[in-house]
Ligand binder design. Structure first.
Ligand SMILES: Cc1cc2nc3c(=O)[nH]c(=O)nc-3n(C[C@H](O)[C@H](O)[C@H](O)COP(=O)(O)O)c2cc1C
Ligand code: SF4
Length: 438
């Protein structure tokens, strides 16, 4: 049975004109910032540490720990990642459109905690309404005295810049994002040495955090890190916003308590996905976005807990996108479409990613179009193994890498999962020379 806790990051959504300063102030807006400014930066950081707020952008690294790893040097920067370009991930999009002030407030509190000289919010270029609302919220926040010189008459001053991206998925990778912010092509940087906290924007120490991560910060400062950690369990604290899509009755963004709820709750609870459309059976689901290994219905009762999803499940919760696929879905086509996305978005720097993704896409396309060969499955798995050595089914987390950034090892999971779970479907495509699903 799904638990019910008061939402954190979506608590203002649904209020009339929730994106305006008026509405935000009517619901306690900027009180977290006022409180933070009366605390020392170390105290603010300590609350976020106690909350054990894991980053919501994909990698799931604890925000407080990341902040403490910032190299001590001046200047340092804060960059908020609102690039969100992965297929079926649409939670940050909603937060930017519906509650931009919450993101700005979280950004300001974080900037104060880490001593940033300037903050940047990088927003996916296609989010026209999101950019408009973020920009107008920032202007309102300046006029309100919440941003700029001597914020709320304190000694803290900072400018915040909203920077639209130009339509590349790879710019969501934190190091590519920094290149893009510097005005260059969005090529990921090699770590080490380019860990952003050590050598980030303009070579200066930089914290990169996700939009949803930032949205949690005002609540944590107002209610305390312990109150946040009291929700969920162990390492899976607080709530999380999941983008539930695919063949569910009610696709949408749902904020649920971590660890106490399961994938079954997200997909079947009438408040969330409300089950599979047309009364169909669930065939498989993708638990953490396009780059995660798939789960079958036997994993529905796995708790929404990153440690378990990685450890027991060999996959990840990643970007918080859960995609349900019903019995009428062709699994060859589903994995081909995902691989095609990665192939188009590869930046091309690394041979395994650039060439491998193109080969995989071509082989998958020919199988789906009825021109597959009997040795294609071995070939697919061999190419996957060259991109991510040792990749296998049942899956293990984390995948190995031969590439500069994690986009490379994001390519095999849809193929390895589909072959591992639905090998027969591939064989039927090849034997019959056609897609059995039409
Ligand atoms: C190809 C690729 C795309 C990514 N896209 C995003 C994105 O759109 N938004 C995001 O917050 N993180 C994205 N990430 C993860 C970021 O590199 C980074 O881990 C994250 O922004 C850190 O924020 P967090 O610690 O608050 O999660 C992406 C990573 C990769 C490799
Ligand atoms: S893994 Fe792919 S996207 Fe990442 S740097 Fe290499 S070529 Fe570019």
């Amino acid at each position: 049975m799904a638990t019910s806790v008061d939402p954190i990051v979506t608590r203002n959504i649904g209020n009339p004109e929730s994106w305006t300063l008026r509405s935000y102030l009517d619901h306690g807006g900027y009180e977290g910032l006022r409180r933070a400014l009366k605390m020392s930066p170390e105290e603010v950081q300590s609350e976020v540490d106690k909350a054990n707020l894991l980053g919501r952008g994909g990698a799931g690294f604890p925000a407080g720990r990341k902040w403490s790893m910032l190299r001590k040097a001046s200047p340092s920067y804060l960059v908020v990642n609102g690039d969100e370009s992965e297929p079926a991930t649409f939670k940050d999009h909603m937060l930017m459109e519906e509650d931009p002030h919450q993101i700005i407030e979280g950004t300001l509190i974080t900037a104060y905690a880490i001593g940033a000289a300037q903050a940047f919010i990088y927003v996916r270029g296609e989010f026209a309404l999101g950019i408009e609302r973020m920009t107008s919220a920032l202007n309102e926040a300046y006029a309100h005295g919440a941003v700029g010189h001597r914020i709320f008459d304190s000694d803290f001053s900072i400018d915040v810049v909203i920077h639209p991206g130009a339509g590349a998925y790879i710019c969501g990778d934190e190091t590519a994002l920094l290149e893009s912010l510097e005005g260059k092509r969005g090529f990921p940087r090699i770590k080490p040495p380019y860990f952003p906290a050590v050598m980030g924007l303009y070579g200066a120490p930089t914290i990169v955090n996700n939009v949803e991560t930032m949205s949690n910060v005002p609540w944590i400062i107002l209610n305390g890190g312990e109150a946040f950690a009291a929700m969920g369990e162990a390492q899976a604290t607080g709530t999380r916003l999941f983008a539930v899509s695919g063949h569910v009755v009610k696709p949408g963004n749902y904020e649920v308590e971590l660890a106490k709820n399961t994938f079954r709750d997200l997909i079947y609870d009438p408040r969330y996905g409300a089950g599979i459309r047309g009364g169909n059976q669930l065939k498989a689901f993708i638990p953490g976005g396009a780059s995660s290994f798939w789960f079958g219905p036997e994993r529905l009762d796995m708790p929404l807990d990153e440690t378990k999803v990685k450890g027991e499940g060999g996959s990840m919760m990643g970007s918080g996108s859960v995609i349900a696929m019903d019995e009428n879905m062709c699994m060859v086509r589903a994995s081909w479409r995902l691989v095609r996305f990665f192939q188009r978005e590869s930046c091309g720097q690394c041979t395994p990613c650039r060439e491998g993704s193109s080969w995989l896409e071509k082989i998958m396309r020919r199988i789906e179009n009825g021109a597959g060969r009997t040795d294609d499955l071995d070939l697919l798995l061999d190419v996957c193994d060259n991109i991510s050595p040792g990749v296998q089914w049942p899956s293990k987390w984390p995948p190995n890498m031969t590439t500069i950034c994690p986009l490379g090892p994001s390519i095999p999971p849809p193929i390895v999962s589909a072959i591992g779970m639905f090998r027969d479907e591939f064989l039927v495509h090849i034997k019959e020379g056609a897609c059995p699903y039409g």
